[in-house]
Design a protein around this ligand. Structure first.
Ligand code: TRP
Ligand code: SF4
Length: 336
């Protein structure tokens, strides 16, 4: 895209503050964000209000989770000079637009969102039968339309939320005039990494390799990782396609080497211990610059805080402008 000649599309995405990220988060959403910021005017938001919808009971570790996540964003290469990195609750316009959009959003639309019923079931012990939780996608709609974002890079699970945003936008524009931009979901290629137990890598399973851990800790975890269950002895031929270690090779090892390992495993000419050592060094190599940047940011909490303040200041300019146009269209600004 030409610089200066075309208006850059605006992109907004967000993540709930879940604390330190794992290499699955990195290879999924985060790596994609790092590329996006090269090409688009990008807003990356810490969705701390959203985290209250399911985590309102206990908020004491919220600051720490936000800090750890933002440190990982910066370590992975999000650049505050290029992107607007901000915290949702620092831009009050999100709450105000959420209120206004909630007025025009039929309950039926919200009850139909698949994640609503799923999460209610999944988190049955948490009591999230709340007004706020039902309104989750309305808040997300406010996030998106405040910045008149054209594109919203998200995983498959978030697509219904962007669809709902489009419906709300159409309803708003139908009622009050063409004010809001209809956004489009851009699907992030799903690259689900296996965790050390072979299940999907996920914080809730406690099977992650985190961005922050040391080379030695990571290698140690991989030494204990499950492999092809049918390969019991060193001389048994293996089935790489059934082996989670091989799945990691496919992501972190160069293609030629992956073919070698594939063959050697099936011929039983490589053992799992060596194979694991290879994948550990491939991952550690790739993580090296991230670890360096991570420890730098981690030791400068004031700078991280300042990035969020600066991001909020910049975000506010756009957010205020949109909210003002919304209130104008709804005759909420003046008496005449
Ligand atoms: N709901 C998103 C998630 O859990 C996070 C989010 C909040 C978001 N606001 C957003 C994503 C706006 C994209 C756009 O992943
Ligand atoms: Fe898995 Fe590698 Fe062992 Fe084959 S050699 S079973 S790919 S760990």
């Amino acid at each position: 895209m030409g610089v200066g000649t075309t208006i850059k599309d605006r992109v907004l995405s967000g993540m709930q503050p879940s604390g330190a990220l794992h290499i699955g988060n990195w290879m999924g959403a985060l790596e994609n964000w790092v590329k996006i910021q090269e090409e688009f005017e990008s807003y990356f938001m810490v969705a701390d209000y959203h985290s209250l919808t399911t985590g309102y009971h206990d908020t004491h570790d919220l600051p720490q989770k936000i800090f750890d996540m933002v440190v990982d964003w910066l370590a992975a290469g999000l650049d505050p000079e290029r992107s607007i990195i901000f915290r949702q609750s620092m831009v009050a316009e999100h709450a105000e637009l959420h209120l206004l959009l909630s007025m025009i959003t039929p309950l039926g639309w919200l009850e139909r969102v698949p994640s609503y019923k799923e999460k209610l079931k999944e988190l049955a012990q948490r009591d999230i039968h709340t007004y706020g939780f039902l309104g989750y996608p309305v808040l997300q709609s406010a996030d998106i339309v405040l910045y008149q974002a054209h594109k919203v890079p998200v995983g498959q699970d978030q697509v219904p939320h962007v669809e709902l945003t489009r419906e709300i936008v159409r309803r708003f524009n139908g009622l009050y005039g063409e004010v809001l931009v209809e956004p489009e979901a851009v699907l992030t290629e799903a690259r689900v990494l296996p965790g050390v137990d072979g299940k999907k890598m996920s914080k809730s399973y406690g099977n992650t390799l985190s961005l922050g851990e040391s080379e030695e800790a990571l290698s140690q975890k991989i030494r204990t990782m499950v492999t092809d269950p049918a390969r019991i002895r060193r001389k048994d031929p293996g089935h790489p396609q059934l082996c989670p270690v091989f799945s990691l090779h496919k992501v972190f090892t160069d293609a030629e080497r992956v073919r070698d390992i594939d063959r050697s495993c099936q011929e039983a000419s490589i053992g799992c211990v060596d194979c694991k050592a290879l994948v550990s060094s491939a991952i550690n190599l790739k993580l090296h610059p991230i670890r360096e940047r991570r420890s730098l940011w981690k030791s400068q909490p004031d700078k991280v805080e300042e990035i969020l303040h600066e991001g909020a200041r910049t975000a506010k300019v756009m957010a205020h402008q949109t909210l003002d146009a919304v209130k104008d269209a709804m005759h909420l600004n003046t008496l005449t």
